[in-house]
Design a protein around this ligand. Structure first.
Ligand SMILES: O=C1O[C@H](COP(=O)(O)O)[C@@H](O)[C@H](O)[C@H]1O
Length: 255
């Protein structure tokens, strides 16, 4: 069931987590078709966490066969500063559960350099993005001057964090850097790198994919009627393009 709230924001509440995964696959495949046709490429930004499991229907017919995987360019919204084969790595999570099962070109997978410090990895990833923007591989937002990704797939933690942008943290106010780092993440591991809000909010499309009762409180704050004085990170997600919330019934249970 889809409940459009504004032209730029849609909220979909799905009866089950399975229905949510089906709906997300359809949405992602449609955007992939659209961008591959229009631009010859599709830039997709992945979160870690439960999002990867929610992408599983893309690994099944009809999507596995119809998506032009060779035109996908894959990036990470945030990454933990650990080796790529570490259990906490968002790259490993995505690779094991999704990327290794689809014919995306290895050269189109832009993982974070795991040999660098948090500062170094953030600067290195930002330099990589700037190079891709200069070569017109990633679009640039004329409105903001920040890179404009075709689709960002965001998860959310029970505290309302998105990417590695946590409630009350000074990084929420970063408005110059494209990619930054955190060394005191309240959720382990403490050292991470993350896209900043200006990059997130320059996106053409954002899907916020939220599953389970544990997230219902933050969903209620973000989408319910009551007003909170200090915004949660998830409430700061406001793309140039279109935002769609994909909630299962449990995540929407307090609405
Ligand atoms: O630490 C992280 O958490 C968020 C939310 O994860 P979830 O398991 O509650 O969906 C995730 O989106 C982010 O990429 C990750 O690094």
């Amino acid at each position: 069931m889809a409940t459009p709230s504004t032209d730029k924001k849609n909220v979909e509440v799905l009866d089950t987590e399975e229905d949510q995964a089906v709906s997300l696959a359809k949405y992602t495949a449609n955007l992939s078709n659209q961008f591959c046709k229009e631009r010859g490429a599709f830039s997709v930004v992945l979160s870690g966490g439960s999002l990867i499991k929610s992408l599983r229907k893309l690994l099944e017919p009809p999507y596995i066969d119809s998506i032009e995987w060779s035109k996908w360019l894959v990036f990470w919204l945030d990454e933990r500063v650990v080796p790529k084969d570490h259990e906490d790595s968002n790259y490993k999570l995505a690779n094991d559960g999704f990327l290794s099962k689809v014919p995306i070109l290895p050269g189109n997978v832009y993982a974070i350099n795991d040999k660098l410090s948090a500062e170094g990895a953030a600067a290195d990833y930002e330099a990589c993005l700037k190079h891709l923007v200069n070569r017109n591989v990633i679009a640039l937002s004329e409105a903001s001057g920040f890179p404009k990704f075709d689709l960002m797939l965001l998860g959310m933690g029970p505290d309302g964090h998105v990417a590695s942008l946590f409630p009350g943290h000074p990084l929420l106010k970063e408005n110059e850097k494209w990619v930054t780092f955190i060394k005191d993440s309240p959720k382990p591991p403490p050292e991470r790198i993350t896209f900043t809000f200006p990059v997130i909010n320059s996106s053409a499309y954002i899907a916020l994919v939220i599953t389970g009762a544990g997230e219902a409180g933050a969903v209620q704050i973000a989408l319910g009627k009551s007003q909170n004085s200090v915004k949660l990170p998830v409430q700061m997600v406001s793309p140039e393009g279109k935002l769609t919330w994909f909630l299962d019934k449990d995540a929407a249970s307090k609405l």
